[in-house]
Design a binder for this molecule. Sequence first.
Ligand code: ZN
Length: 151
Amino acid sequence: MDRIASFSVDHDRLEKGMYISRVDGDVVTYDIRMKKPNGGDYLGYAELHTFEHLFATYARNSIYRDSVVYVGPMGCRTGFYLLLRDTVSGGEAIDLVRQSFSFISAFEGEIPGAKRQECGNWQEHDLAGARRTASDMLTVLENWNTEKLAY
Ligand SMILES: [Zn+2]
């Protein structure tokens, strides 16, 4: 079988940030890298889960809601994939991610979709952890721009 594109990126050179992973027709996959690959520090399972609930909730309620195809964590626990229709520009995508992370970093109260009937592992959540990672990524993405989206 062919090696897929995301495995062809040199993970030893990859730093925290936001990148265009691939483009399939009108769908752009963004690689939002929150931890340095193989750096020994990974998103916790519970933190990753809470982050997913909040990130998806924000993105799917944003002005770009109709262009959001998918939001989900990487199995290696070093980041998230965000799939958007190409009607959203790179600059707007960065903006959406910054807004989402700002929302997560300040979130208080009941985690959306985390009731037993709504979620596959409703007790595995870590809001404090998700907030910490969101704050850290806001610093990383503070001066991010479309040129930096290329790996
Ligand atoms: Zn869940």
